[in-house]
Design a protein around this ligand. Structure first.
Ligand code: CIR
Length: 259
């Protein structure tokens, strides 16, 4: 087996809020969340990132912000700058301020402004192409603002229609250069142009959210069939148990911002 190439990345994370049980839910029924177990799973997820060569910067828990562990939604970080979002859920509007403080030392910051709303979970970057899910959380005004901010840096920004899921990255994520893992019931992969696609196993509709760190895919233990499909393509996967965070409608991309 080839050695794992370790990326030099900072992974911003945020401690699980003690009030996570009051999280936003859109497509899932509310189930009791064991906060202690959620924290333990989150720690193991952070350990996994550390093992992959990331330096984890954990931001403190926010008792008044139930969904704040899902830091991905607060910012979009590119090589040239970071865009601080304006989340679509009113209960999450205060989250980005903390992410902005944490990102200030790393990137020039730009800010999404009203009437635009944007969740980082809706933003999929494929090189210089940026796709924004037109979800219940992110709107066309956000696509226009991102386009204005990113065009001078050579990016193209396009809105993508979705149905049936929370965010674009619930439906599709990058698992290798030019390769997307997709649930095509929720998004049509034709919009991404010339890419290779791997379909989630039909029994695992939530299995399209994977976090690529360097060449390794951090992936929920809950989706063994899709994991087998990924490994069958020669891709390398590290499984993490994130069952409690999944009850809050979060996946593996949502719990960090890679800088
Ligand atoms: C929410 O509904 O906003 C949270 N309960 C879950 C957010 C998950 N974030 C993500 O997929 N990027």
């Amino acid at each position: 087996m080839e050695p794992v190439r370790k990326p030099k990345l900072v992974a911003l994370t945020r401690e699980v809020s003690p009030t996570i049980s009051r999280c936003e839910l859109t497509h899932l029924a509310r189930e009791p969340i064991d906060v202690g177990l959620a924290r333990e799973q989150h720690r193991r997820y952070e350990d996994c990132l550390t093992g992959l060569g990331c330096t984890v910067h954990r931001l403190p828990a926010a008792p008044d912000l139930p969904d704040s562990v899902f830091v991905e939604d607060a910012a979009v970080v590119l090589d040239e700058l970071a865009v601080i979002t304006r989340p679509g859920a009113g209960s999450r509007r205060a989250e980005p301020a903390t992410a902005a403080e944490a990102l200030k030392p790393f990137r020039e910051l730009r800010f999404v402004e009203a009437p635009a709303t944007l969740d980082g979970g809706d933003v999929l970057c494929l090189g210089k192409r940026v796709f924004v899910g037109l979800s219940g959380r992110s709107n066309r005004a956000a696509v226009d603002q991102l386009r204005g901010v990113l065009k001078p840096h050579g990016y193209e920004v396009a809105g993508v229609e979705l149905t049936g899921c929370l965010h674009l990255k619930t439906a599709v994520t990058k698992v290798a250069p030019g390769t997307l893992l997709v649930n095509r019931s929720w998004v049509d992969p034709a919009v991404f142009g010339d890419v290779t696609t791997i379909d989630v196993d039909p029994a695992e509709p939530f299995g399209a959210n994977a976090l690529l760190v360097g060449e390794i895919i951090v992936y929920p233990a809950a989706f063994p069939r899709t994991r087998e499909l990924l490994e069958g393509q020669g891709l390398r996967v590290r499984a993490v148990e994130v069952s409690e965070l999944a009850k809050a409608e979060g996946g593996v991309t949502c719990c960090c911002i890679l800088v």
